[in-house]
Design a protein around this ligand. Structure first.
Ligand code: AMP
Ligand code: MG
Length: 403
């Protein structure tokens, strides 16, 4: 049985970023840039005022103090958006609003709170340093310079930067097409009438919603009986339509577990089956050409934990992410933990922070069918494979859950 770290390494080594395409920048949220973005203009585009105030030449206010104020005459007003602007003249000031272009012969803007206005006379009570309250052209990005690198995940500020530089289409990596197949005679749709011995299928919707968080809508979703023909048929169509196939359940050693046999018939090459983790031991991972197949176990908690630990990093890599693995932190354990050696355990945990650091406790409901425990958890506590006891107060690694 392979250990967790080797298993994740293997998954990531088979996942590669997909092809790229162009799309309007406003549709690009959540995609990853597949090109470096350069600006053809200085950003800011021109010198402008950072405040509402008065454009001055600092030389006209040399040695001005509270006791020795100076009055300059008002030459006019410059508003944001104005394009023809007169130059400032000596011994004069211009009213200027935030975002308005700086007139010629001006090297500072005095905030309006610091002056007194008497009709056309503006009285100043302080000297000012050259450059004050002026935002300079090219201060953030000079013309031709790189603004965003290939691999940046497009978020709202990035959309704003693209708007700022007028880059209205961008090249991004395609997102993987993902199929979901759940298996089990016991499963019925959550909305269907339910009878004895049946359970409602939770995994189709947990996986679909976990994918949705990555901006991926499943291209195919099926629920099949524990039947080799039905299972194989569903997986074959899923493989046709998608880059990644997620099967759920039927991958263990039970008599009615047909997923592995079906995958074998479909020439999916196995990379691993069974990982020394809890929950999620029966995990299968294989490939068919460039397509990835995850045979996830059936228990709802194992499904989501496996999704976070293996599937999501692979999907992120295919989407062009440079950081593919979930965030890890160190936290102080607020209780002691026990288990048997042999499998690495991902204890569903709740971490919180206070002035002394990060603290973590296990969530209530640790069995692999108990979604309630995972529902309140915000992290997975790493309980290393060969350890049996972690005393209270020890520092542990946690994987932050970010559904
Ligand atoms: P299996 O891996 O098929 O042996 O399933 C393990 C456990 O998970 C069994 O108790 C199943 O009934 C349960 N299970 C499998 N698939 C689902 C599902 N889609 N929703 C809820 N529970 C499931
Ligand atoms: Mg089953």
């Amino acid at each position: 049985m392979i250990n967790f770290f080797e298993a994740r390494k293997k998954v990531l080594s088979h996942a590669v970023s997909l092809s790229s395409f162009r799309l309007p920048f406003t549709d690009a949220l959540g995609f990853v840039l597949a090109e470096d973005i350069h600006t053809k203009e200085n950003i800011p585009r021109f010198d402008f005022s950072a405040v509402d105030g008065f454009a001055v030449n600092s030389r006209d206010l040399l040695n001005v103090t509270n006791k020795k104020p100076v009055a300059l005459s008002l030459l006019g007003t410059i508003q944001a958006g104005d394009s023809t602007i007169a130059a400032l003249r000596p011994q004069m000031a211009m009213k200027i609003l935030t975002g308005a272009p700086i007139p010629k012969n001006t090297d500072a803007v005095v905030m309006q709170e610091f002056v007194e206005q008497d009709n056309n006379q503006i009285r100043f009570f302080h000297s000012i340093e050259s450059g004050e309250n002026i935002r300079r052209a090219g201060q953030e990005f000079q013309k031709g310079k790189i603004v965003l690198p290939n691999g940046a995940v497009i978020n709202p500020p990035i959309i704003g930067l693209l708007a700022t530089i007028g880059k209205t289409t961008v090249r991004v990596y395609r997102k993987p097409r993902v199929a979901i197949i759940v298996t089990g005679n016991e499963l019925v749709s959550p909305s269907a009438r339910i009878s004895r011995g049946k359970i409602r299928d939770a995994n189709s919707s947990t996986l679909a919603s976990a994918l949705m968080r990555l901006g991926i809508t499943p291209v195919f979703s099926a629920r099949v009986q524990d039947d080799i023909t039905a299972t194989q048929k569903a997986i074959a169509s899923a493989l046709n339509k998608s880059d990644v196939v997620l099967t759920v359940g039927g991958v263990s050693v039970g008599e009615y577990d047909f997923v592995k046999t079906a995958l074998e018939h479909l020439n999916v090459s196995p990379v691993f089956w069974r990982v020394a983790i809890k929950p999620g031991k029966p995990n299968f991972f294989g490939t068919k050409g460039k397509k990835l197949v995850f045979g996830l176990p059936g228990n709802p908690v194992a499904v989501l934990v496996s999704f976070e630990l293996f599937v999501k990093p692979a999907l992120r890599k295919m989407m062009g992410y440079t950081i593919t693995e979930p965030m890890q932190l160190k936290a102080t354990l607020s209780v002691s933990l026990r288990k048997k050696a042999g499998r690495m355990e991902f204890v569903r945990g709740v971490f919180s922070t206070n002035e002394n650091g990060v603290f973590v406790i296990p969530a209530k409901g640790q069995e692999s069918h108990m979604l309630g425990g995972l529902a309140v958890a915000n992290c997975l506590i790493h309980f290393p494979q060969d350890e049996e006891y972690i005393p209270e107060g020890n520092v542990v690694t946690i994987t932050v859950l970010h559904w």
